[in-house]
Design a protein around this ligand. Sequence first.
Ligand code: GLV
Ligand code: MN
Ligand code: MN
Length: 428
Amino acid sequence: MSEMNAAIAGLQNPSLNPCLGDEIVGRINRLGAISETPAHLARVFLSKEHRAAADLILAWMREAGMQAHLDAIGNVCGRYEGERPGLTCLMLGSHYDTVRDAGKWDGPLGLLTAISCVGDLNKRGRRLPFAIEVTGFADEEGVRFASTLLGSRAVAGTFDESVLGVKDSAGISLRDALVQFGLDPDHIGAAARARSELLGYVELHIEQGPVLEAQNLPVGVVTAIAGATRLAASLTGMAGHAGTVPMLLRRDALAGAAECIVAIEEFCRTDAGGLVGTVGYIHAMPGATNVIPGQVSFTIDMRAPTDAHRKLAVADIVRSIENIAKRRKLVLQLDVTHENRTVPCATWLKRQVSEAIAGEGYPVFELPSGAGHDGMAMIDIADVAMVFVRCRGGISHHPDEHVEPADVDAGARVLLRLIENFRPRSAA
Ligand code: GLV
Ligand code: MN
Ligand code: MN
């Protein structure tokens, strides 16, 4: 019998707490209520609400039988010992920060599912031949400091100390925000983990796209996480009187930015290789009805299925922005704020995810992730795999983001099965 068929035939999991899905959905709702703005979910890195969420997650981890603490960058870290203390761990997790006007599932679904799975093992007194660690990564979205994956980079030991000086839109530096949160910025190195401590990193996450829904499947196996390049652009022209400066004498930074944005859109729309480009933030100065905008900043997010294609596209787009700036006599400043290569999921771990999905009676379906995830940083210290859970209409980074409770339960069953049948690479 093949490994996969054995999984289907023999490994049903009758001891799973039937309320696991209910517990996860209840906690998703509680966490989703912790927001800087009550009507629009926003819980950005190191905000007061981010801290309140961390405290609640720590409490849930302890309730699930884990030792839990905050690390030096604000990651919530829980550890469930194996058959004896000090064993190497399988790390599970996802992030607990959000974009602005977010949905409540992006990040928390994977984190809370992992905690509930550990809680279920704990209730049954089940200890495994390895430890389980669950990490709630503090900053996956990169909303506040124009630099992303700060939590998982700290864990992977690749945190760039120069980011400590970066300021948010209110002028608060990352260093000061960490202090306000109750952390010591000079100890971020202590959050780093060694490759030898980890057996692998597995993240469950909502799909954030429409593929599983179209396939009528609750769960899927991720093949790779697409790479991304993010840039910060600034155009400087000349502010002036909206009534007196003739059109041909203007150096309007906002009109220049508009031309750049349309050029980026057109470039991606006419690309046959799956390229996507987004300008998601723009700020014009001085920002008055009767003043020609003298300075504009905006962001660019570029992604493609292959790194080579993304790099060529970014180079082309940079060239066309430079040409637009030159023609309009605008001074251009362009900085790469984030660059991540495409991260393939490990074949041996993917196989175990597939077995867990088949074991729960679902067809095994593989799909790539267009969205970024903490695995992009964790790859530097561990092999990575991901389980995707279907979401309604493929909607994400939007308040209408939704996962059906039955799919939450399906994801939890798959993750629990994966944990209970996990074999380290050396034994896989
Ligand atoms: C994270 O959600 C990203 O892909 O931008
Ligand atoms: Mn996410
Ligand atoms: Mn997200």
